[in-house]
Ligand binder design. Structure first.
Ligand SMILES: Cc1cc2nc3c(=O)[nH]c(=O)nc-3n(C[C@H](O)[C@H](O)[C@H](O)COP(=O)(O)OP(=O)(O)OC[C@H]3O[C@@H](n4cnc5c(N)ncnc54)[C@H](O)[C@@H]3O)c2cc1C
Length: 393
């Protein structure tokens, strides 16, 4: 395997997929993206915290401005106990020397900004193409789709998310995502609140964790984390609202008003994370993003890590004609970092929903822990991570 493959088949057009397409084009490839759903797939009520390290990687690809314009800066977080005591105020990530801070952005708008750049570069996205299988041939890798079609390319990039089919094909014994026993329910409301735009207010309530931030346009973006034994709780929106009402009842803060002011813009997601995935690549196929290291959303890093992966993978392929060598360099550059973030995020998630004793300790100890967090540069490794495109991989 030494001739540089020209075509890159990218499976999945979520976040890592389109970024990989943009980066691989820059590295000299001809990418084509295959997405299972069609454009009608909506992300109503769903939004993300995109951290400075993810935006920094997008800047290298020239997409950061479009993404930043579609979101709003959220550089601060204020933590509250369910009884209304302020536990502390900390930065949401770190501000980079050029002023870049974490932003909050609707998932649909992030997808659109990335897709617009993919279209501008003339990269093809084929929708309604659900990948089912792949096979190595002498001249490349063959991908098969559910509709019976097939396509051959030089390399195949699995950016197909937490339930990745590509991961399963690369290693049938690969671990499955583990359900964290928490659901995330989020939405966007319109109401007037006294808080200033751009700060997350996070309440560690008695039965649920609730957070909100106000956009400069006056929309209130909110999410709640609740405990749930099953990841398949399909309740109608009204039923979710009623259930959240019960769980948030009695906690201080505007959660119930926000809930009442929310229309149908509610999204419910089970939260997973992935144990270590041993096989990141095999032959001409490689994984990125949630497909290899889904992290629970507590650290607000999943999207940023997928973006970083895409950039490093493209750099590695740019700098050698040997695919095996390029994939090995990519894994070598990324594995320790992404696994550290997964562990970090998992720890934060564990503090969100606690029993009465755990709550008492948490509310007592958190102010000191937050002071420590706010004072040091302890999170520079996370938020100031910079990938130098010009430097050899
Ligand atoms: C509730 C919740 C809140 C979150 N909040 C944040 C946050 O605040 N900040 C943050 O950084 N991250 C957050 N995340 C994590 C973030 O969404 C993911 O880490 C990120 O989307 C990963 O990008 P990806 O491209 O790897 O996968 P995805 O974005 O999941 O994209 C995968 C794509 O592949 C497609 N696909 C799947 N199977 C196939 C197939 N067989 N064939 C073809 N296409 C396929 C899917 O339709 C999808 O479009 C959150 C996640 C959840 C669940």
């Amino acid at each position: 395997m030494s001739a540089k493959p020209r075509t890159a088949l990218i499976i999945g057009c979520g976040i890592g997929g389109p970024v990989a397409a943009i980066a691989l084009r820059r590295a000299g490839f001809e990418p084509v993206v295959y997405e299972a759903y069609d454009r009608s797939a909506t992300h109503v009520g769903s939004f993300l915290n995109l951290a400075s390290n993810g935006l920094d990687a997008l800047k290298t690809l020239g997409v950061a401005d479009a993404v930043t314009r579609a979101g709003f800066a959220t550089p601060r977080m204020v933590m509250w106990s369910g009884t209304g005591k302020q536990l502390g105020e900390v930065a949401n990530g770190e501000t980079l020397p050029d002023g870049t801070t974490s932003i909050t952005i609707k998932r649909g708008l992030l997808h659109r900004a990335l897709r617009d750049e993919v279209a501008r570069l003339g990269i093809r996205v084929e929708e309604g193409k659900r990948f089912v299988d792949c096979e190595e041939g002498v001249h490349g890798v063959l991908a098969r789709f559910e509709d019976g079609s097939e396509v051959t390319g030089g390399i195949l990039v699995g950016a197909d998310g937490v339930h990745s089919r590509v991961r399963q094909k690369l290693d049938p014994r690969a671990p499955k995502p583990s359900y964290t026993r928490q659901l995330s329910i989020g939405g966007v409301a319109r109401l007037t609140l006294p808080a200033k735009p751009g700060t997350y207010h996070m309440t560690f309530g008695k039965r649920a964790f609730f957070a909100y931030a106000i956009s400069p346009a006056g929309e209130v973006y909110w999410f709640a984390n609740v405990a749930s034994e099953t990841d398949r709780e399909a309740l109608a929106m009204e039923a979710w609202k009623a259930r959240l009402h019960d769980l948030l009842e009695g906690d201080a803060g505007p959660a119930l008003d926000i809930l009442d002011a929310t229309g149908d813009e509610i999204a419910v997601y089970p939260i997973y994370d992935m144990p270590t995935v041993h096989t990141w690549h095999r032959g001409r196929a490689v994984l990125l993003g949630d497909a290899i290291h889904a992290t629970s959303p507590s650290a607000g890093q999943g999207a940023s890590l997928a973006i970083e992966d895409a950039l490093v993978l493209a750099k590695s392929l740019r700098d050698t004609d040997d695919i095996a060598e390029a994939f090995a360099r990519y894994e070598n550059a990324r594995r320790a970092r992404v696994e550290r973030v997964v562990r970090y995020s998992n720890r934060i998630g564990g503090t969100k929903i606690a029993g009465p004793v755990g709550r008492w300790f948490r509310d007592l100890l958190m102010p000191a822990a937050l002071k420590l967090f706010a004072s040091g540069k302890s999170h520079a490794w996370l938020y100031r991570h910079h990938i130098d495109w010009e430097q050899a991989a």
